[in-house]
Design a protein around this ligand. Structure first.
Ligand code: MRU
Length: 340
């Protein structure tokens, strides 16, 4: 496979490497991801994370495994294992469905390699189009609030919501970005803060609970988030805490935008209630661990509820900013995201 480099994926000498998103921002560390168990472990531990990136890493690994001579049956088994690694972000399933079609071709090795590379190139283009469509919605002097991490780390390109924010910043229209730290795994505090710093975008880090007060003070002009799955009726699964931001935005009359590529659409999923929500380990809530160290503050035997995502109903969303442009509530109600 050709050499490839994105913010957080690297293919070199037919080996796949990932930028360890658990080590950031303390350490910039690249790890090998050359077998199915190793990539699944990276995905489960969120060293590889973000809806588009999960699907792309799995596709690249399949391409590389095909080149190493795995049989069609072995590749199919690998595909199914990777497909089951995280349940909510549909980009993984959508990308692997395309890889499965490539696997059905007679010359499946070059077909898998070409499809994996095509998916990466496509994602870059989709991100650019999202940034273009979304930045047109950002008025001069905007104070934007974002949640989780939706940047170059989470995609092959400039990101989704963060790509919009960066483009709008370069157009001179961003006064400040409020970055939710995003408990429990701190994708905002660790990753978005790091990315915005690298990009030179002005930001202030806040704890998730500060958004309401800022909105009440009139200090938030719009909320921009990404998505892990968009159902046919426009309901959106995204990082836990997104729904509360949408409710707050509605109450304070603040526009709430979701930015995502077409690979995040699930036209076969009728609504948010049908989206599988990943439940994660209690230790993520009883304390925090990472390259910054580890700490537990809750009682050892504390009972925990830890869904990784929540669902924002379509009625709370002002606009769905896709690579195809901005869909408003009327278009979505009329079936813009439904099958056919
Ligand atoms: O658990 P994560 O970190 O993979 O969750 C990521 C998110 O919720 C992002 O907002 C989403 O994947 C969009 S990334 C462009």
């Amino acid at each position: 496979m050709q050499t490839l480099q994105t913010t957080s994926l690297r293919v070199r000498d037919n080996q796949l490497f990932i930028l360890d998103q658990q080590a950031l921002p303390q350490e910039v560390k690249w790890l090998e991801a050359n077998s199915v168990p190793s990539l699944v472990d990276h995905i489960l531990t969120l060293r590889v994370r973000g809806a588009p990136l999960i699907g792309l890493s799995a596709s690249l690994l399949l391409g590389l495994l095909a080149e190493r001579g795995l049989s069609r049956d072995e590749l199919l088994a690998a595909l199914e294992t990777l497909r089951a690694s995280r349940p909510t972000a549909v980009n993984l399933m959508n990308n692997l469905d395309r890889m499965r079609l490539a696997l059905q071709q007679e010359a499946f090795v070059p077909a898998l390699v070409a499809e994996a590379q095509r998916l990466v190139d496509e994602d870059k283009r989709l991100c650019e189009r999202i940034a273009e469509a979304g930045s047109a919605l950002v008025a001069p002097g905007s104070r934007l609030l974002t949640h989780c991490n939706t940047g170059g780390l989470a995609t092959a390109g400039v990101g989704t919501a963060l790509g919009v924010i960066n483009r709008a910043h370069r157009q001179g229209n961003v006064a400040n970005v409020w970055v939710d730290e995003t408990r429990p795994l701190l994708q905002g505090g660790r990753l978005t803060a790091w990315e915005l710093g690298e990009l030179g975008v002005p930001y202030q880090l806040i704890t998730d609970s500060m958004a309401a007060g800022l909105m009440a003070q009139g200090q938030v002009d719009a909320v921009w988030v990404g998505a892990d799955r968009i159902a046919a009726n426009g309901d959106v699964a995204n990082k836990i805490g997104t729904y509360s931001l949408a409710v707050l935005a509605k109450f304070h009359n603040i526009p709430f935008y979701v930015a995502a590529p077409r690979t995040t659409l699930d036209p076969h999923c009728p609504n948010g209630a049908a989206i599988p929500i990943e439940q994660r380990a209690a230790v993520e809530v009883t304390g925090a661990a990472g390259s910054f160290g580890s700490v537990r503050w809750a009682p050892q035997d504390a009972r925990v509820y830890n869904p990784a995502f929540d669902v924002t109903p379509a009625e709370l969303i002002t606009g769905w900013v896709l690579d195809s442009g901005v869909a408003g509530p009327e278009a979505v109600r009329a079936g813009a995201f439904a099958v056919g």
